[in-house]
Structures are given as C-alpha cells and as structure tokens.
Design a protein around this ligand. Structure first.
Ligand code: ATP
Length: 218
C-alpha cells in the first residue's frame, strides 16, 4: 500500500507558519507521502472571508511553492456550492481509489467542533483524522461533546503505522511545535497598520502588499 496522503483543509485567510509547520511536521510524524492543501471556497462555518477565495488560493500557492511534498486541490475554490469536507473527501476517494490511505489533518480547535460539520459521522469512513495540538486547545476526550468523545476513544491509535494499514477510520494526535499564530491575529495586525512579518512567509506578505489586502478591515 502506498504511503498515506495528508489532506489539509482550511480557510487560510491568510496562510501562516502555524499551517506550514502543521503540514510539515505531519509528514514526518505520521509517515505521510505528502500533504494536499485544500483551501475552502465558501466556508459554511464562519462569516465571509476577508479576501476572495482565489486570493486565498493564490497565497497558499505562494506559501507552498518549492516543497515537492506539498500539492494543492483547488476543487473547493472552483466549486460554486458551499465547501463541505465530506463532499471533498467523497470526490478525492473516488479519484484516488478505495485502498489509498487518506489522513485529514485538523488542529485541536477544529476537531473540537467536528460535530457541527455536515454529515460529520461519515468522515471516518472516508479518511483517518490526525489532530495537531494547538496552544489553548487541549486534545482530550473530556473536553469534547459526548458523541465525538466516544468516537475519539474507540478510534484513537498511538502507533502511526495504523494509518497506513487501513485507508480510513482511525484517529491520531500529534504534538507539533506550538505556535500561537492565527489568521485572526494577522488580519488584526495588518488592519491596524502593524507588521505581521515572521508570522507568515515573506512571499505571502508581498502578495498581501501588492493587492492591498486586509487594510482597515477586521
Ligand atoms: P482564523 O484565525 O481566521 O480562525 P486560523 O489561523 O485558525 O484562522 P484556519 O485556516 O481556520 O486558520 O485553520 C486551518 C487549520 O489549521 C485548522 O484545522 C486549524 O485548527 C489549524 N491551525 C491554524 N493555525 C494553527 C496553529 N497555529 N497551530 C496548529 N494548528 C493550527
């Protein structure tokens, strides 16, 4: 069986070093063949993003350029319908085949809200889930809604080889370098005319400057 493929969805408004370290460390810690980035087109869970979906996609392209283990799936940005992860996973499962191990990468905050996702319980039939630690968000069953806590307890594995021996259905956690960076913080800095340098790649900041994004808006 080929190496598991990581799938990393997010609003990436904008993409930052917290995202990049999550994807990079997931490859090493989970034994992934690579990570496919999936920028959300029309995120159903939050207010409208600050910039267009195409601009967020362009920033992810800038940030991931030059890393041969990173790829991008623009499917959600190009679709006119709302972005539901379950639909994207169904599509990718169809494209990649039933035997390919897929690992959905999520931060601890995103996982804690999983039960609000469309058809969330079906995600486990389509992919494994790997949860990264994030400052301020504990990864423990006690802090999850009961129905998610029970899935967490039943499916959790500590041996990452288990992500390779089945195509879907297991849950792993991994302790990435803790970076208390958020896109919200970056948008605030930029809208206040402050520097966001060293929180995200220079190439992304150059794109933001060129297109005058995140100015005077929160
Ligand atoms: P916002 O502040 O706008 O909510 P964000 O910084 O949380 O954005 P998203 O695009 O919403 O970024 O996150 C995509 C994924 O990356 C989510 O699963 C989230 O948990 C994870 N993530 C984002 N920032 C970090 C970080 N600093 N450390 C670990 N995981 C992170």
């Amino acid at each position: 069986m080929s190496e598991p493929l990581g799938l990393f969805g997010g609003t990436f408004d904008p993409v930052h070093f917290g995202h990049l370290r999550l994807a990079e460390e997931a490859i090493g810690q989970l034994g992934l063949g690579g990570v496919c980035w999936i920028p959300a087109g029309h995120p159903p869970h939050r207010g409208p993003p600050q910039v267009t979906a195409e601009q967020r996609l362009a920033m992810v392209r800038q940030a991931t350029a030059g890393n041969p283990r990173f790829s991008i799936d623009p499917g959600e940005v190009e679709a006119s319908a709302p972005s539901y992860t379950v639909h994207t996973l169904e599509r990718l499962r169809g494209e990649l085949g039933a035997g390919q191990s897929l690992v959905l990468l999520v931060g601890a905050d995103a996982f804690a809200g999983l039960t609000t996702w469309h058809r969330w319980a079906e995600l486990f039939a389509l992919a494994h889930i790997a949860i990264s630690h994030r400052p301020g968000f504990p990864v423990e069953a006690a802090s999850l809604p009961p129905e998610l806590a029970s899935q967490f307890k039943t499916r959790q594995v500590s041996d990452m080889a288990q992500l390779k021996s089945a195509p879907a259905g297991r849950i792993a956690t991994f302790a990435m370098t803790q970076l208390a960076i958020s896109a919200t913080q970056i948008r605030k800095l930029l809208s206040n005319g402050l520097s966001a340098r060293y929180l995200l790649p220079d190439s992304v900041l150059d794109y933001i400057d060129l297109h005058q994004l995140y100015r005077n808006r929160l």
